[in-house]
Design a protein around this ligand. Structure first.
Ligand code: FAD
Length: 472
């Protein structure tokens, strides 16, 4: 098993439950991957904010069995900060009207009407896809700046398939539609109910994966930290051995009957020995990712704001989202008179932000937070930075052709399955990542699931109700 994030651990958990033997090889010193929790001075920091929400019964059952009562049910409250104001999210007509003002609201409605009456013919990118459904002005306010912060490229360079997969997940579309009087909604628009509660582990998502690790080990599985895979040795399309190296470069070789990999797909093909064909390596180099920086601040105030998180759409600020961890779970903060916040910044390897040191990032975060008014004059009394490389696979226009090359190649291996988020270069939530892991293990026991079909359909939520059809 390569990688001890949600996918790697869920696969290991499913395997040992069936009596199988497993070694999980993890590069870092912790389990949980980008769903890990960082503990500092008794404060627990999520990397972003990880809602546990799934429509897949087996994933929900797994989460509940692993955590029991430590899996809390939490109410959701989030708002959008734009133009110096806070918009309720889901949008509410009165609040939106008050924040936008009469003139801008009228413009939004007019541009929405124009988009419905005269949509652009082609939908070649994210911007065209969204504008066609919500109008240019709503696109500018509620989609453009946040999307560009996350991806670091203009919305015209992002493929439309990302919008079709994710807008429903963001539920902003539903939010906008539900804010409209029924007679103004597109005739066939279905307004799904928005998720008002979600599950959350008592001390953050890492708790889920630490417990999973303990359960895997209790059943005889091995979870090896600080064991980065450096080489995957093969004969033709069969993996024979996996090689890890410690800090001193001392290598350990692991014989492999079956390999399930959740390490970045691009890295996996580059680690093959003998090397993969040039065309495959070239395709791997074309796929890019965004990193996540979380500037974690401790504020000397018991109750700054009620939201779990706030989306920062304001283009003048670099921060993309602000998490308020005690509103996710009171146990995230050891002292109720304090508040801990996580400011999420998205960046690429070559950006200044990624190279900034911790002190500079804490200063930037503090200044940006103060400018939103959320600090209410309180003091920031502590700050640290968590860095998560390769957090977001970038669906840049044209990426699919490169990904197809990798998928076609990896599919040919008889004992290697790719699973998870970056493991499959997919913008998967944890539940999708875990589902691919569960299906990969079922494949080891005779099933014939096509993991690459999980979450590729626009209507991917339907997978649960028709899982066989969607994944077989
Ligand atoms: C900001 C943010 C917010 C999110 N919010 C949510 C949410 O609300 N709900 C939700 O369900 N999902 C959310 N997600 C998605 C969720 O974090 C991922 O789907 C999930 O962590 C993916 O699990 P994974 O095991 O596939 O990959 P990862 O978590 O990336 O784990 C992969 C593991 O492989 C290891 N690895 C890498 N290279 C090597 C190597 N060479 N050798 C050995 N090990 C290696 C890594 O160290 C890592 O531990 C969010 C993601 C982000 C970035």
């Amino acid at each position: 098993m390569l990688g001890a994030g949600p996918a790697g651990l869920a696969a290991a958990h499913a395997l040992v439950a069936r009596g199988g033997g497993v070694d999980v090889l993890e590069a870092s010193g912790a389990v949980g991957g980008i769903s890990r929790t960082i503990e500092k001075d008794g404060y627990y920091f999520d990397l972003g904010g990880h809602r546990f929400f799934t429509r897949f019964d087996e994933v929900q059952a797994l989460w509940e069995s692993v955590l029991g009562d430590d899996l809390l049910v939490r109410p959701r409250l989030s708002r959008i900060f734009y133009n110096g104001r806070f918009f309720d999210y889901p949008l509410r007509a009165t609040n939106a009207l008050r924040n936008l003002g009469l003139v801008e609201s009228a413009r939004c409605v007019a541009s929405f009407g124009r988009a419905r009456l005269r949509p652009r013919g082609a939908e070649r990118n994210f911007e065209e896809w969204v504008s066609n459904r919500f109008g240019d002005r709503l696109f500018d306010i509620f989609f453009r700046s946040y999307t560009e912060k996350v991806w670091g490229i203009p919305t015209t360079e992002i493929g439309p398939e990302w919008a079709s997969q994710r807008i429903k997940n963001l539920d902003l579309g539903a939010a906008i539609l539900s804010a409209l009087p029924a007679r103004l909604r597109p005739r066939r628009a279905v307004v799904p109910s928005l998720i008002e509660t979600f599950h959350y582990p008592k001390t953050g998502p890492g708790l889920m994966y630490e417990r999973m690790r303990a359960q895997v080990e209790a059943r005889g599985g091995g979870v090896h930290l600080r064991a980065p895979v450096v080489r995957v040795e093969r004969t033709g399309f069969r993996v024979d051995r996996v090689v890890t190296a410690d800090r001193e470069g001392v290598e350990t070789t692991w014989a492999a009957d079956e390999v399930l990999s959740s390490v970045p797909l691009t890295l996996l093909v580059q680690m093959l020995s003998p090397a993969a064909p040039d065309a495959v390596l070239h395709a791997a180099r074309q796929l890019t990712f965004r990193n996540l920086l979380s500037v974690n601040l401790i504020v000397d105030h018991p109750d700054l704001f009620p939201d779990n998180w706030i989306y920062v759409h304001a283009p003048e600020l670099k921060v993309g989202r602000i998490q308020n961890f005690k509103n996710w779970s009171a146990a995230m903060v050891p002292d109720a008179s304090k508040t801990s916040l996580g400011l999420e910044y998205f960046c690429s390897d070559d950006e200044e932000l990624w190279r900034m040191d911790d002190a500079a990032l804490v200063a930037l975060g503090t200044a940006e937070l103060r400018s939103t008014g959320l600090l209410r004059g309180a003091e920031v009394i502590g700050g640290s930075v968590a860095r998560a490389p390769k957090a977001y696979p970038v669906y840049k226009r044209g990426y699919q052709a490169h990904l197809d090359v990798l998928v076609d190649y990896v599919r040919r291996f008889e004992n290697l399955q790719a699973m998870g988020r970056y493991g499959m270069f997919k913008y998967n939530n944890a539940d999708h990542s875990i589902l691919t892991a569960i299906l990969a293990v079922e494949n080891l026991y005779g099933a014939d699931h096509d993991l690459w079909r999980v979450n590729t359909d626009t209507e991917y939520h339907e997978i649960r109700s028709d899982r066989k059809g969607a994944t077989a």
